[in-house]
Write a protein that binds this ligand. Structure first.
Ligand SMILES: [Zn+2]
Length: 241
């Protein structure tokens, strides 16, 4: 199935500061484009049900995801999406709830506030899907067994406890995964896990390595339209062969 799964991190006024940030204007234009083209947002849970149990999806489905759960997801992206009648999936680093991107501290990157428990709960109440993005944003293929368990299964337990919600999905930090981390995500009870560019034949060929569309700060609206199109999603699989 070639459903576009869009990957965002920060929505920021000064997107030049990072290759992970998209400006609010660009984000608004992208959401308006999805709306004009008749897209409907779906959760990863719904997408996995469609793949596994042939559950019907709405016409022109799209999944919108945010990694790291920064504050601007709540302050900027949420109202834009709500006005369009859309929801999204946000991947939370369990030990960063209400803290900041501490995993970037040694890289000299700016500090960004992460969402707190109450904001994440408010998103869930507004229909958003809450996923785990590990416990400490560790690179999983480099983690030894115990740490891998803590990052994958431990973060799910911690978030479920802190938020009193079911956590159905996972996103590999840095998009880095291997067979071991995939097996850990399956064993932890997730329904699906997001990668970035695993080179699979279709977007959903592997529910534990879902391919995402990386929306970049420099993307024009034409780039955005092309990257999420059915033909481009198919072409990317072909190019990877
Ligand atoms: Zn991340």
């Amino acid at each position: 199935m070639n459903v576009p799964i869009l990957m965002y991190h920060k929505i920021q006024l000064d997107p030049a500061s990072s290759d992970l940030a998209v400006s609010p204007d660009a984000f608004r234009a992208q959401v308006a484009c999805l709306k004009a083209e008749g897209y409907h947002t779906v959760s990863l849970r719904l997408l996995s049900d469609a793949v596994l149990h042939s559950r019907p999806l709405p016409k022109r489905p799209v999944v919108i995801t945010f990694d790291d759960a920064y504050q601007d997801v709540y302050t900027i992206a949420r109202p834009v999406l709500a006005a369009a009648g859309y929801t999204a999936t946000v991947f939370v680093v369990s030990s960063a709830l209400g803290r900041h991107n501490f995993w970037d501290d040694d890289k000299g990157l700016p500090r960004e506030t992460c969402l707190g428990r109450r904001e994440v709960k408010a998103l869930a109440e507004q229909g958003w899907e809450i996923g785990s993005h590990s416990a400490t944003h560790a690179c999983l293929p480099k983690a030894e067994d115990r740490q891998l368990q803590a990052e994958v299964a431990g973060s799910r337990r911690a978030l479920q406890e802190a938020l009193a919600l079911e956590i159905p999905c996972f996103a590999y930090p840095y998009g880095a995964w291997d067979e071991r981390s995939k097996a850990a995500a399956q064993a932890a009870g997730y329904y699906a896990a997001c990668a970035i560019a695993p080179g699979t034949a279709s977007v959903t060929a592997d529910l534990f390595a879902l391919r995402r569309v990386y929306v970049k700060p420099g993307d024009s609206l034409a780039d955005f339209k092309r990257k999420k199109s059915f033909w481009y999603l198919r072409y990317r699989a072909w190019r990877k062969r």
